[in-house]
Design a protein around this ligand. Sequence first.
Ligand code: AMP
Length: 219
Amino acid sequence: MNIIFLGPPGAGKGTQSKLLEAHYGIAQISTGDMLRAEVAAGSPLGQKVKSIMASGQLVPDDLIIALIEARIDRPDCAKGFILDGFPRTRAQAEALDSMLKKTGRHIDLVLLLDVDEDALADRIAGRFTCAKCGEGYNDLYKRPKVEGTCDVCGGHEFVRREDDRRETVAARLKAYREQTAPILPYYEEQGRLCRIDGMADIDDVTKQVFAAVDAITKK
Ligand code: AMP
């Protein structure tokens, strides 16, 4: 089962794709996380993309396509994968289809998290994660059960993404509107797109997501 999660920044792709990974045992792949790891490691790729990411722009297609091509060939993707944050342009969507075709695979389902743009800036500004285990939280929706302590690992240090600052969020939303939203018709025409109401409660969104995946599995 190969799944894509689409939706603007702050729609809940990361949260929902991790829940899918845990439930169905298929690998979750976040290109944003992969790139942040490259930046943190100071690798040549990290150095190339650092300022692009900090400004909220998209990194060049050739770099991200090469990264994904290598990633989906790894053994943990044999049972399937969930893409979170890729593709983000029409060129990436087409490149993905052709790389999958080479290995006899295809995308089974594209889940679009539909959200009101007005809600996104506040959602994104509220995000933070545990520095130790990466568990995600939000000032508005999901605070740690014990203030200052991670629910999962008991860590006490939390971090906020540099590009989650309000100034950068506007550029990220613009990139989504101008470069990513135009790929929706590509998947819609192929009958692979399933719209999910991303404004519902987190649990309710998860129910919709699992129902969409189950419907495909039973086909
Ligand atoms: P994300 O964590 O998915 O919000 O991604 C953070 C940043 O990484 C984006 O704002 C882009 O600068 C970069 N990025 C992640 N995925 C892609 C992609 N598929 N294409 C281009 N840039 C990407």
